[in-house]
Write a protein that binds this ligand. Structure first.
Ligand SMILES: Nc1ncnc2c1ncn2[C@@H]1O[C@H](COP(=O)(O)OP(=O)(O)O)[C@@H](O)[C@H]1O
Ligand SMILES: [Mg+2]
Length: 287
């Protein structure tokens, strides 16, 4: 079997934010992410998730002050000497606060903003705007004000604006933390659809472990700037004690499997199930 090539590779990356921080925000990061991966990034506030994500689009080390060691290679390009503008075509970013990302008078202008620097013709822009609004389920809202949209719609608009640049990688930093439950669901389903249907690589920092267990094929747990766990959801969430010690949540079915073992009510082997359906499948015989 030929070895797959990673589309993102971190080699011994350490970054200190500027201003005389003695502790690095991320340290000794070695990481390979493959095309079409859906990576869930878990960790408490301050664990280094955002810092790691900003290394993928080259904003670190090119636009944010600090000391950078190591190498990040994205689709063969070393972020250190690739202009951020160039990186933005490969890596789309969606942040946690939708309103903060929006600045234009209309939905269409919001999407056109990023495209203008890329030399699209007017007709191409109109066509692309229609297309990306369709993908995120906001068709027909071109003339609306972004500020009149719901939180979930605003976040989907941010996704549409990122998609207009035709990125291969979508980096999302707690995209659902400021939207209501319906909005959350909309965002998760758009991300899953892009991953599944367009083979887009998704790297999402997110606290909703249940959803991540269902959608992600890779889960990474960060703590104090380091990667402690990296594997399939089943492998990672089976480290129940460590995850609980870190103060992170587990999928309920995983916690349930662990509790059944602890109470000697069953003997469930690791890797534990992480979704309701996989748990039902596993327990069919016991029940
Ligand atoms: N702009 C900044 N200036 C100084 N320190 C920062 C800055 N951004 C983040 N940090 C520090 O870097 C560490 C990692 O933060 P961050 O990457 O934001 O973690 P997370 O996204 O997991 O909450 C924290 O200790 C945080 O205080
Ligand atoms: Mg963060």
């Amino acid at each position: 079997m030929s070895e797959k090539k990673p589309v993102i590779e971190f080699k011994d990356v350490t970054f200190w934010h500027g201003g005389g921080n003695e502790k690095p925000a991320i340290k000794n990061i070695n990481l390979k992410i493959y095309e079409g991966d859906y990576v869930a990034l878990l960790g408490l506030n301050g664990a280094g998730k955002t810092t790691l994500q900003l290394c993928i689009n080259g904003v670190i080390p090119n636009s944010i002050m600090g000391d950078f060691e190591g190498e990040v290679i994205v689709y063969g390009k070393d972020t250190y000497d690739t202009p951020v503008r160039e990186m933005a075509k490969m890596v789309g970013m969606v942040f946690d606060n939708p309103e903060f990302q929006l600045s234009q008078m209309s939905v269409a202008e919001e999407i056109a903003l990023g495209m203008e620097s890329l030399g699209f013709s007017y007709d191409e822009m109109v066509e692309t705007i229609t297309e990306v609004l369709d993908i995120v389920g906001l068709q027909g809202l071109e003339e609306r004000s972004p500020f009149g949209l719901s939180g979930g719609q605003q976040q989907r608009l941010s996704i549409a604006a990122a998609l207009a640049m035709e990125p291969k990688i979508l980096v999302m930093d707690e995209p659902t933390s400021n939207v209501d439950p319906i909005g959350k669901e909309e965002i998760f389903s758009v991300a899953a659809q892009l991953n599944r249907e367009k083979n887009m690589t998704v790297i999402m920092a997110e606290h909703e472990v249940e959803v991540m267990a269902a959608y992600a094929n890779i889960v990474i747990v960060m703590h104090e700037g380091e990667i402690l766990l990296n594997g399939t959801p089943e492998e990672v969430f089976s480290n129940v004690e460590l995850i609980q010690k870190l103060g992170l949540r587990l999928p309920q079915v995983t916690e349930y499997a662990h509790r059944l073992n602890q109470l000697n009510l069953a003997s469930i082997k690791k890797p534990y199930p992480v979704t309701l359906n996989s748990a039902i499948e596993r327990y069919k015989d016991i029940l």
